[in-house]
Ligand binder design. Structure first.
Ligand code: SF4
Ligand code: SF4
Ligand code: SF4
Length: 577
């Protein structure tokens, strides 16, 4: 009774969670709130989009994405073999346990009417599924905490997910181990399936199980004579073998049971099997109920995001873009691949603001989209994280969930700007990327924040600008950095300037941009800070690394420009907060 009630309660919470989550995709948006993005319109646009996809050739793309990206996870494989292997272990293990263990009575018995959980191949496959999950989690922990291939922080959600899955798998294996050693479980089964057997035969059967299946008996200890074991074997084959394979096939549970043998009788007497059975059952139900609210919700949303993004090309209908972006926030699995590739993640060393890292920014965007009231400091931090982004889209290319991250940042940026939160846009390549997106922004919305920023910073070298003239410590600070040390190798060959796409945009770049890359390198060495920081080139640099890649002297041109910007913005940012 309690068993069923707990299951129904967990299913009800799970269902409510799914409804809350999915409805949020249509109720909220990452970008600016617009009147034409009402819920009814968004649902209608989504239905139209889905219908159009299923009745077009795009359905082939969906099928391809499903097999290649969702099942085989080719995107993850391209990025990192170890991570792919860990993923495949966890997903494969879960799939095996879900179909062969959780849904055994609903699925397996239809194909195999003689099914019993203690019979092979099910006994072996269930342990294999659990073992795969343990291997996958161990590899994930190794990558995150020991190898430290990630730059993202480990959130409470990550730890909760690992603890919950770990608790289920651990209680499952411990339950299996205690059942193997349990004398009371053996006696209950013997009574049920071999009830007609006389006492000596039952004793022979128990001896056979003690000898071969790891049961710990309080009254029988080996070694047993051959005749007893032979009689026990015959009884086993008549009464038990139809639904009980050798316990060794449950190889993990059996291995765990071996060191437990000295205390097995005491544990059995204390009812440990009953306790573990409930621990396993309730932790599984808890996971089910918590799933829509946890990081593990991505089990559903990541495949959806991959499939939706594979057929939604270009900008798409604004209503569908808003819905897709909300889905994408839920599809993030906090894997950190984006942060690992991010062009500006290195600035996190200078500004301890987690919002600079794309994998961490997602959490803040969720709050922003849901309309939570954020204090000015938090808003500033989000804005700084967004504005420092160069829109290079390296994160989006690396994301295994197929999230169009650059679009997300851009939408959030516009939302903040339209709330009139001032930003020194010209101090970042935002002005440049925004310009490219101009057609997608209403004229007034485009110009107003730009004017605000221009008033604040343009051409300001009066002592209130990013850095004061005569900043004595600047060269000292630069000299301590590895990148800037490469500056001394520069012999002004102008290769950096010649390879710069920003410079190439203008007929007379010097008039528009001020100092050009090679001149900035020169000015730094002469300590001409006013010229360096008032040069528009510094702030219009895209961070594309063309100059650095082409430099014959291996001068870290782009990194030096970044470092200058970081120091300047850091100073200005301190004044704001
Ligand atoms: S688009 Fe922005 S967040 Fe993404 S990798 Fe480039 S700089 Fe980083
Ligand atoms: S946005 Fe993509 S790459 Fe970044 S943490 Fe989330 S799932 Fe991973
Ligand atoms: S990184 Fe170098 S080449 Fe690229 S925009 Fe900046 S200065 Fe130009």
């Amino acid at each position: 009774m309690f068993h069923k009630a707990a299951l129904l309660l967990a299913l009800a919470v799970f269902g409510a969670g799914i409804i809350i989550k999915v409805s949020a995709w249509f109720r909220y948006s990452v970008g600016p709130e617009k009147a034409d993005l009402r819920v009814s319109r968004r649902i209608a646009a989504a239905l139209k989009g889905i219908g159009g996809t299923f009745f077009s050739r795009k359905v082939l793309t969906l099928i391809r994405t499903f097999f290649l990206e969702v099942i085989f996870q080719s995107h993850v494989l391209k990025e990192d073999l170890l991570r792919w292997f860990a993923h495949m272990c966890i997903y494969g293990g879960f799939a095996m346990l879900f179909f062969l263990h959780v849904l055994d009575n609903e699925v397996v018995v239809h194909f195999y009417p003689e099914y019993a959980s203690t019979l092979n191949p099910f006994l072996f496959l269930r342990d294999a599924g659990g073992a795969l999950i343990v291997i996958g989690i161990a590899l994930a922990i190794y990558r995150r905490f020991i190898k430290q291939t990630h730059r993202p922080m480990t959130s409470r959600m990550d730890i909760a997910a690992m603890v919950m899955v770990g608790a289920i798998v651990l209680s499952g294996f411990l339950l299996e181990a205690t059942k193997i050693t349990s004398e009371s479980t053996f006696q209950r089964m013997a009574e049920e399936y071999a009830g007609q057997t006389d006492a000596p035969e039952l004793q022979a059967l128990e001896s056979y199980w003690v000898e071969n299946f790891g049961v710990v008996s309080s009254s029988l200890r080996g070694p047993f004579d051959k005749a007893t074991l032979a009689e026990g074997k015959t009884s086993h084959q008549i009464n038990c073998a139809q639904c009980h394979s050798s316990a060794q096939w449950g190889f993990v549970g059996y291995a765990v049971s071996i060191p437990m043998r000295p205390v097995a009788s005491a544990l059995d007497g204390a009812g440990i099997t009953f306790f573990l059975m409930w621990a396993h059952y309730l932790s599984s139900l808890f996971l089910l109920a918590y799933l829509p609210f946890s990081k593990m919700f991505h089990i559903f949303t990541t495949p959806l995001s991959l499939m939706v993004n594979s057929v939604m090309d270009g900008q798409g209908a604004p209503a569908n873009v808003a819905t897709r972006q909300m889905l994408e926030l839920d599809a993030c699995m906090h894997c950190g691949a984006c942060t690992l590739r991010c062009s500006v993640a290195v600035t996190f060393l200078e500004f301890p603001n987690a919002n600079i890292l794309p994998s961490e920014k997602i959490a803040s965007l969720k709050k922003l989209a849901a309309g939570k009231v954020l204090d000015p400091k938090e808003l500033r931090a989000i804005q700084q994280g967004i504005v420092l982004c160069t829109n290079c889209n390296r994160c989006g290319v690396a994301c295994p969930a197929g999230i169009k991250l650059r679009d997300l940042w851009f939408s959030a940026r516009e939302r903040l700007l339209q709330h009139s939160i001032e930003e020194y846009q010209l101090l970042s390549p935002l002005a440049y990327y925004r310009g490219l997106q101009r057609d997608n922004i209403q004229e007034n919305d485009y110009q107003k924040p730009l004017d605000l920023a221009l008033k604040k910073v343009a051409g300001d070298t009066s002592g209130k600008g990013p850095l004061r003239a005569g900043e004595k410590t600047m060269l000292g600070k630069l000299n301590t950095s590895i990148q800037a040390n490469s500056l001394s190798e520069c012999y002004r060959c102008v290769t950096c300037t010649n390879s710069c796409p920003v410079v190439h945009n203008f007929k007379h770049p010097g008039e528009v941009l001020g100092l050009l890359p090679h001149q900035i390198m020169y000015a730094i060495s002469l300590r001409y800070w006013e010229q360096v920081f008032s040069s528009k080139m510094l702030w219009d640099c895209l961070g594309c690394y063309q100059c650095q890649d082409n430099c014959p002297q291996r001068v870290s041109v782009t990194d030096i420009l970044y470092e200058l910007k970081n120091r300047a913005i850091s100073r200005r940012y301190d004044e704001l907060t």
